[in-house]
Design a protein around this ligand. Structure first.
Ligand code: NDP
Length: 393
């Protein structure tokens, strides 16, 4: 990596997932530049053990304590420290490292991500649900503890690059608007009738990106773009009215910033998460990736069109929750997580995901949380309400 002398230390929260795998693929190709400190997973002990061995991790943590005996057995004799449970995850996130990759999926990643922030760390943030739920509690902790958030989400990483990393409100007065691009997902051109019959297998088959199941479904409902809108609201404080969403089926332009003089800067790249991950890992330097260079002649056309909130109401729900502020983004996120899990389990149809989320938002308006514990309480209450609505549907 350009600019680094000795190996940099790294912890990956959610190492066994899609973002974890892409991050470790980059590290595998630059082994001398990195020392892996902690790797974590939820329940996939076998894969966690395999990765911990391959990368000679100091620590391997499994969130589901019932899987700890499997992890211990798989790592016996290696000298790699093992532990299980929520507290062990937080301790792993608190270890001194140069960079922590927050790649747990869902609000489950909130407490460990906050632990890393409270230690004043540099956090490469993929776990958008944590920032959506905790919002100003998280950004206040970043400021208080001198932590740094480097966005991994491709859109936010693109915006971060266009802004040259200068994202404080005082640096953004010349920004006229920020446009998040969206592929539109696998159901971009489907009718409402077709959407009602969409299956989990169809929803997780994204045309451009290879991702975990939850974010793939979020992409299909467009809730992913809604969550990203709220994520952008916190990362780039220009005001909600300056944040836009545009459909761009080719997923080549990853987002754009328009300035007050009429200039618009965009970041382009192949639809491969290793590009934004590499940008975050090396920032402000650059590192090599194995990604195929962008061949615009082969892409041929870059097209753009407006998002359709009638067929995909999730972006409207997210914008409304963001505008309402307080606890509402956490309620939106929790209800959506429950609805997506129910859809993946075959319990509800595709269009019920947004409908259930909207019903929870309409019935549950708790006071604005001011601490991590309060955010987690809001999340739990909203999940319970969503689960109850599912039972009585
Ligand atoms: P995956 O489902 O592929 O991986 C999730 C990771 O989190 C796994 O390591 C999993 O462990 C772990 N995990 C799941 N539940 C828990 C829990 N309750 N406690 C602790 N660990 C848990 O997700 P992705 O990699 O796709 O996404 C990760 C995050 O990055 C999400 O927030 C997503 O929105 C964001 N993101 C992802 C992109 C992508 O291309 N995949 C793009 C941009 C953002 P185990 O394997 O044991 O279940």
């Amino acid at each position: 990596m350009i600019g680094s002398a000795s190996p940099r230390t790294i912890t990956i929260l959610g190492a066994t997932g899609s973002i974890g795998a892409s991050t470790l693929d980059l590290i595998r190709r630059a082994r001398d530049d990195w020392r892996v400190v902690a790797l974590t997973a939820h329940c996939n002990a076998a894969e966690l053990a395999r990765l911990a061995r391959e990368f000679s991790a100091e620590v391997a943590i499994i969130a589901d304590e019932a899987r700890l005996p499997d992890l211990r057995a798989a790592l016996a004799g290696t000298g790699i420290h093992t532990a299980g449970g929520a507290q062990a995850l937080i301790e792993a996130a608190s270890r001194a490292v140069d960079i922590t990759v927050a790649a747990i999926v869902g609000c489950a990643g909130l407490a460990p991500t906050m632990a890393a922030i409270e230690c004043g760390k540099t956090v490469a943030l993929a776990n958008k649900e944590a920032l959506v739920s905790a919002g100003s509690v998280m950004t206040a902790a970043v400021a208080l503890h001198g932590a740094k958030l480097l966005p991994v989400d491709s859109e936010h990483n693109a915006i971060f690059q266009c802004l040259n990393g200068k994202c404080a409100a005082a640096d953004l007065s010349h920004v006229a608007s920020i446009t998040l691009t969206a592929s539109g997902g696998p159901f971009r051109d489907w009718s409402v009738q077709q959407l009602a019959a969409a299956t989990p297998a169809q929803a997780v088959r994204h045309p451009n990106w290879d991702m975990g199941a939850k974010i793939s479904v979020d992409s299909a409902t467009m809730m992913n773009k809604g969550l990203e809108l709220i994520e952008a609201f916190h990362l780039f404080p220009v005001g909600l009215e300056k944040l836009r969403i545009i459909i761009h089926p080719q997923s080549v332009v990853h987002s754009m910033v328009e300035f007050c003089d009429g200039s618009t800067l965009a970041q382009l790249g192949p639809p491969d998460m290793r590009v934004p991950i590499a940008s975050a890992l090396a920032w402000p330097a650059r590192m090599q990736t194995p990604c195929a260079p962008l061949d615009l002649a082969a892409v041929g056309e870059l097209t753009f069109r407006s998002a359709d909130e009638n067929r995909f109401p999730a972006t409207r729900l997210a914008r409304e929750a963001c505008g309402a502020g307080g606890a509402m983004p956490a309620v939106l996120n929790a209800a959506n997580e429950v609805a997506v899990a129910a859809f993946l389990a075959g319990r509800i149809g595709f269009t019920r995901i947004a409908a259930l989320t909207e019903s929870v938002l309409a019935r549950h308006a708790p006071p604005a949380p001011t601490t991590l514990a309060e955010v987690i309480a809001v999340d739990h209450e909203a999940r319970a309400m969503a689960a109850e609505m599912l039972e009585h549907a």
